[in-house]
Design a protein around this ligand. Structure first.
Ligand code: HEC
Ligand code: HEC
Length: 171
């Protein structure tokens, strides 16, 4: 066993090395780690992998990993050349690094119980419920335009902070 098994706090780096050597075992390990982190979607502020922040935060905020289940992240990472009408392809090593990190930190709690339609956070049942008070016309305001533009209303979204007390809806 890896020494990391005794030190779960140091697991991500170890998990990556594992994945290279024993892909099947590493998958099972990632599943266990994700379960251990099941409270992450109540407090979705895991420090972001720098490569994830940089590459996946270029066109929209780097969405909290805990807001989608692992299956959704895996599909997204396997379809980057056709990413919601954009080409978001990455070099293979970068794609593997980010994919592994997302697999480890994917949601397992109530917000990520099942893959939402199109693997969109914004189409998940909890998202629609949390945002039911936002009127259809509000989403269309020029400063917002799309539900995935989290930062328009959650100014701390970049830091993974969606606390209801921080929300400011632009006019
Ligand atoms: C070239 C620009 C670009 C890059 C780079 C990019 N995306 Fe996207 N992403 C988009 C667009 C455009 C959408 C669709 C936005 C919409 O329709 O609201 C999107 C949507 C998404 C959604 C669904 C949002 C929702 O509606 O809930 C997820 C999840 C997502 N991206 C993850 C990623 C990940 C992970 C990466 C990095 C591997 C990434 N994106 C990199 C452009 C990009
Ligand atoms: C049009 C503005 C707007 C946009 C865009 C928006 N939200 Fe929200 N969000 C809100 C409002 C309003 C609430 C409800 C606050 C309440 O119930 O008091 C909310 C609530 C939430 C909550 C629950 C917060 C809590 O403390 O319980 C989360 C999590 C959240 N949003 C995530 C997101 C994510 C992720 C995105 C982007 C994919 C997003 N939001 C896009 C306005 C927005």
């Amino acid at each position: 066993m890896s020494p990391n098994a005794q030190h779960p706090h140091h697991a991500p780096r170890g998990a990556r090395a594992w994945r290279r050597r024993w892909p099947a075992l590493a998958c099972a390990l990632a599943g266990l780690l994700a379960q251990g982190a099941s409270r992450a979607d109540e407090a979705p502020r895991v420090p972001l992998l720098p490569a994830y922040q940089q590459e996946c935060g270029a066109c929209h905020v780097a969405f909290p990993a805990a807001l989608l289940p692992a299956a959704s992240w895996q599909r997204l990472m396997n379809g980057l050349p056709r990413h919601y009408g954009s080409d978001a392809s990455l070099a293979p090593a970068l794609q593997a690094e980010i994919g592994a990190w997302l697999a480890t930190h994917a949601g397992t709690g109530k917000r990520a119980r099942e893959a939402p339609p199109e693997d969109r956070i914004t189409r998940g049942a909890w998202f629609q419920r949390e945002h039911r008070q936002v009127a259809a016309a509000t989403w269309q305001r020029p400063a917002i335009q799309r539900a995935s533009h989290c930062a328009a209303c959650h100014p701390q979204a970049e830091k993974g902070d969606f606390n209801e007390h921080q929300i400011r809806i632009p006019r």
